[in-house]
Design a protein around this ligand. Structure first.
Ligand SMILES: [Zn+2]
Length: 385
């Protein structure tokens, strides 16, 4: 199936014709077996990156955190008394209902413990799957990025949520926490996150793990869940285990016993984060092209997720208990979801290079979205509840 026939197979006119992703989903519903299998050979990041709504199926996480998809997702409301969703244009506020409910509970618990509220970064796409930009994991609706910057005392505008940068916890140019910034509220926030049974891992920069190792007193058992990893000094990454009802969700190995304040942490500073001299061999080695992951490379259940009907957008937004009586602000949201927004949206790291028009152009080419111009609907927030 060529790109042209894709668009031809998707109705008779209007901007939707040009949306290969949507057309693909629609085509899959009606397509004969041969066409479905051809759709399955498309790059998964293109197919899932174009999905604007969740699959109207029973909630289930299929596959592994870095290779899978998500059925029956729900969306985090843009605002709640103890949270605000950031980078709305990316449409990555979707997750398994267990994760979305847990984020609300964490936001309430952390608020009671002195954290002003959560700024919520990427969770998953409406049907999970690989993304056009940004993450290896976050594919099955069980991962969420939460900012180390506390929620301000006011509601941010749509534009501010797109453009505000998070603040690094590290001292500039070092791998260690900036003590002028660190205070006990960060420890309590991470401890609260680890306190939920469902939470299996919390990824933070090794410098933050070291700070916890050096300062946490009393019960230290929760440190076992806090794992050092690259990046993760502007935000931490929360991961829950496979939820009940997700029979082909693949469990990650449990974290090693102990608090992790040992040689394994030292390795990060001595080896992983140590400055590297490029070897001659590295210079000569031609850059390897990463393998393109197609829909077929994901668990077979993901083909049904791609082909499923759209979940009703309003009903798919989590009816969070804490929203009762909460007046959500009016956000000046874009009328439509643009799959290209994820390519041009600003990283949360202040130091990361903001993409220029030309690099966006390259990304668009790489993504296979070069021929997509029309928008698709974005869920709107529910009115005040
Ligand atoms: Zn993450």
């Amino acid at each position: 199936m060529t790109r042209e026939t894709d668009s031809e197979s998707c109705g008779t006119g209007g901007p939707l014709r040009r949306l290969a992703g949507l057309c693909l989903a629609a085509a899959l519903l009606a397509a004969p077996i041969g066409e479905v299998s051809l759709a399955a050979d498309k790059p998964a990041k293109q197919v899932f990156g174009a999905m604007s709504s969740a699959a109207a199926l029973k909630p289930a996480s299929h596959g592994f955190y870095s290779r899978g998809c998500l059925a029956g997702a729900i969306a985090m409301p843009y605002d709640g008394p103890t949270w605000q969703v950031m980078r709305i244009s990316r449409n990555r506020r979707w997750g398994h209902p267990d994760l979305i409910a847990l984020i609300e509970k964490l936001s309430i618990k952390a608020h009671k413990d002195g954290w002003n509220g959560l700024l919520i970064g990427d969770i998953s796409q409406p049907r999970g799957g690989p993304m056009l930009t940004g993450h290896a994991s976050h594919q099955i609706g069980l991962d969420a990025d939460l900012w180390f910057t506390p929620m301000p005392n006011r509601r941010l505008s749509f534009k501010e949520r797109e453009e505000t940068s998070a603040v690094s916890m590290l001292k500039k140019g070092s791998n260690y926490v900036d003590d002028r910034r660190w205070n006990p509220t960060y420890e309590r926030l991470l401890r609260d996150a680890a306190s939920f049974r469902e939470v299996e891992r919390i990824l933070v920069h090794p410098g933050i793990k070291k700070k916890l190792c050096d300062t946490v007193t009393g019960d230290r058992s929760w440190l076992r869940k806090v794992r050092p990893y690259y990046g993760h000094h502007y935000h931490f990454h929360l991961r829950i285990g496979c939820p009940p009802g997700s029979s082909d969700c693949r469990r990650q190995d449990p974290t090693p016993a102990g608090d992790g304040c040992d040689a394994s942490l030292k390795w990060w500073f001595d080896v992983a984060l140590a400055p590297k001299k490029p070897s001659k061999k590295d210079k000569k080695a031609p850059a390897k092209k990463p393998k393109i992951i197609t829909v077929r490379d994901l668990p077979s259940t993901c083909q049904a997720v791609v082909g499923a009907d759209n979940k009703d957008l309003q009903a798919a937004v989590f009816n969070a208990p804490s929203l009762s009586g909460f007046a959500a602000p009016d956000l000046d949201l874009p009328k439509k979801f643009d799959p290209l927004a994820a390519l041009s949206s600003r990283p949360i790291e202040a130091s990361a290079k903001v993409k220029t028009a030309s690099t966006i152009g390259d990304l668009v080419q790489d993504s296979g979205f070069a021929d997509l111009t029309g928008p698709v609907p974005i869920p709107t927030p529910r009115p005040t509840r």
